[in-house]
Design a protein around this ligand. Structure first.
Ligand code: NFS
Ligand code: SF4
Length: 669
């Protein structure tokens, strides 16, 4: 066992005054545009998440994972372990701190996996309607990917027509949710050795819903009271997310809307335009936003906007919905999670349209201070006071037009001149796995071989997946940027998604010009030769499944071991906040990726559970969790892990040579 009991305990998270990622008082955000609007909000007396975070301190027992309210005898708050290791009191039912911490962790994973799974189910249902012809606004855009899915599902694609393949893929995809036995089909995309580990460890998911429901059952009062058993089932539910719900969402969305290819976009609050009708689509579901993209380009609606005095219609995205339409259409991005209220406070947003997930209830309060229409669209996600325009997948264009019309109407009711910060950054995005293979190897020999070769040769030290949210308990964007710059400096190529990708975009790291200036020489040379930025934006959070596919492709390419756990790769979510992020972290670990989280760790009150996650799992699953407050410490941990894997593969010598060459070159200079 690598970890000794008690040694890996994360430091207690900051619970008091606003702390930066380095633990000292710092600013609320490193994003200048956000800062300007926070100042405006304060001057106007509008409450934002930043102010509420300063006012409301997290409960020290809850933050340690030690508050249980799973039955009406509680809530039972078990004090964090005493420094001398003396046992703490248990809950009324006798549940120990370890059980309570593991149960809370597991419930978060279940909720996160459920969010991704339910998103995927919706996509699969619409996919099936579309390919059967009962919805005509969507169709198959990527036939190649459809065929690959057909092969994955065991269809005889050579003898079947495209429509039949598409219908069978839709039906089989939906069956994955309710399957009771066997193995999830896309798990076989993982390296064989990984699949063997899953079978041996009881981690192989049977059906997506089954694993989540079983986890909810096992975390009910008086059921599973063995922390190790709980963490294992949380692993199985997490894998049902990564290789099930999330991967199906990514793949079916690619078939319906197109697999992303490199495209230029812009990001930050400055993408809003004073003279235009501004519509922000916020949330996670591309089904609606794809239609709003089309409606916003409708000549009739543009003419209607002009009759109200606008110059046209300007669409922008927020959170993961933004990534979906950015990667496929180049639609600009207004910002990431902590900028949602700020966008409205510019006074320039005529309508904010939301679907599901990561939408703060406070948006309605903020919108009510302006002319902004807050429009909910999903029957699963309503907000009191917001206007609800139910999105009907069978007639999506009509709903999209109604939403755009509501925004046009609001434009003429603007209150004064908007305050739009000038900041925007250009970026190159759209790095699906297929695109990475293509840019590396070219159209006829698309492959990961050049990447593996550069890793083996030492120019690229390793790969990091840096993903996840913003969290108002730490300086907005700072954790992502400090971590990623440190990794780049050390020749680690970064794959990113979600709100982390947006932090990178705003800081210029997604542009080859500015991104390369912060890289080590080896990484800069490779990126320059291929013409890619050193940080590759792979999409939304369900698209973390692309990182799993990239890791599998690297293993299959050869030369870097037989399992994802042998690769010189690491994962991180330095500013995580959502349960989805925890599910992602847990499926990264269960897939063999060493993963470090920042801000806070949800089992920190139990040394035993934390040591299990941070130590024992490495021996059982081949990878483990870790935690670091400070992004520089996080980077060092990830680099140390990458170097450890390089050594095990016997490729550490090549890297030493490269460094020696650089030193020699500098001396010659
Ligand atoms: Ni991901 Fe996307 Fe952002 Fe976090 Fe929320 S938007 S699904 S959960 S906050 S990265
Ligand atoms: Fe308390 Fe046990 Fe009930 Fe949890 S399940 S609230 S620990 S009595």
């Amino acid at each position: 066992m690598e970890a000794k009991k008690g040694k890996n305990q994360p430091k207690r998270p900051a619970t008091g005054a606003k702390k930066g990622t380095t633990g000292v008082m710092t600013s609320l955000t490193v994003c200048g545009a956000s800062k300007a609007i926070i100042d405006k909000a304060r001057a106007s007396g509008i409450s934002t998440v930043f102010d509420r975070a300063a006012r409301m301190k997290p409960c020290p027992i809850g933050v340690a994972g030690l508050c249980c309210k799973h039955c009406a005898m509680g809530p039972c708050r078990v004090a964090p372990e005493l420094p001398d290791g003396a046992p703490t009191q248990a809950g009324l039912c006798g549940a120990t701190a370890d059980t309570i911490a593991a149960r809370n962790f597991a419930r978060m994973v279940a909720a996160g996996a459920a969010a991704h799974a339910d998103h995927a189910r919706n996509v699969a249902e619409v996919f099936l309607h579309a390919v059967r012809g009962s919805i005509t606004d969507y169709g198959v855009k990527d036939v190649q990917k459809l065929l690959q899915l057909g092969i994955d599902f065991g269809l005889d694609v050579e003898r079947m027509g495209i429509r039949d393949i598409a219908i069978a893929v839709g039906e089989r995809s939906l069956e994955e949710f309710g399957k009771q036995a066997g193995e999830l089909v896309l798990c076989k995309r993982a390296p064989l050795k990984r699949q063997e580990i899953w079978r041996a460890q009881g981690l192989m998911p049977r059906g997506i819903d089954r694993e989540i429901v079983e986890l909810m059952h096992r975390t009910h009062m008086g059921v599973d009271q063995d922390y190790e058993n709980l963490i294992r089932q949380a692993g199985r539910a997490a894998l049902a997310d990564g290789w099930g719900g999330s991967m199906l969402a990514t793949e079916l969305q690619d078939v319906l809307f197109g697999t992303p290819v490199p495209i230029v976009g812009r990001i930050n609050l400055g993408v809003l335009k004073k003279e235009y009708v501004n519509i922000i689509v916020h949330g996670h579901d591309p089904l609606l936003s794809e239609m709003i993209v089309a409606a916003s380009q409708d000549q009739e609606l543009i003419a209607a906007a002009k009759t109200r005095g606008a110059q046209g219609i300007n669409l922008a995205g927020m959170c993961c919905t933004a990534s979906e339409i950015l990667l496929r259409h180049g639609i600009p991005v207004a910002g990431n999670f902590l900028q949602q209220e700020l966008a409205i406070i510019t006074g320039a947003v005529d309508a904010m349209v939301i679907d599901v997930q990561c939408e703060m209830q406070s948006l309605q309060q903020v919108a009510s201070c302006f002319h902004t229409r807050l429009i909910t669209t999903s029957p699963k996600a309503k907000i009191r006071g917001a206007r609800h325009i139910a999105f009907n997948e069978h007639n999506p264009m009509d709903d999209a037009r109604e939403i755009v019309s509501a925004a046009i109407e609001a434009f003429s009711q603007r209150l004064g001149t908007p305050t739009i910060p000038e900041a925007t950054q250009p970026m190159v995005v759209g790095f699906s796995c297929e695109t990475i293979a293509y840019v590396l190897g070219g159209a006829f020999r698309a492959s990961f071989k050049p990447l593996n070769d550069n890793i083996i040769g030492g120019r690229i030290r390793g790969i990091a997946g840096v993903v996840g949210c913003n969290n108002a308990r730490t300086t907005h964007d700072a954790g992502h940027l400090e971590l990623i710059k440190e990794l780049l400096k050390n020749d680690v190529l970064v794959l990113t998604t979600g709100c982390s990708a947006m932090a990178c975009g705003k800081a210029g790291l997604l542009s080859p010009d500015t991104g390369l200036t912060v890289c080590g020489q080896g990484l800069a040379e490779v990126c320059e030769a291929i013409g890619i930025p050193p940080v590759l934006h792979m999409g939304s959070c369900v698209d973390n499944s692309r990182i799993l596919m990239a890791a599998s492709a690297m293993v299959k390419e050869g030369g870097l071991g037989d399992d994802i756990a042998e690769l010189p790769v690491a994962g991180a979510a330095p500013e995580w906040m959502s349960e989805k992020a925890l599910a992602i972290g847990h499926y990264f670990v269960a897939s063999g990726v060493y993963t470090v989280f920042g801000v806070t760790f949800p089992t920190s009150g139990s040394t035993i559970v934390t040591d299990h996650l941070f130590g024992e799992l490495e021996h059982q699953w081949g990878a483990r969790w870790d935690f670091a407050h400070d992004p520089h410490e996080m980077a060092q941990k990830m680099i140390a892990h990458i170097d450890k894997k390089r050594k095990a593969l016997g490729i550490d010598k090549a890297r030493e040579r490269v460094l020696f060459d650089m030193t020699m070159r500098r001396e010659m200079d």
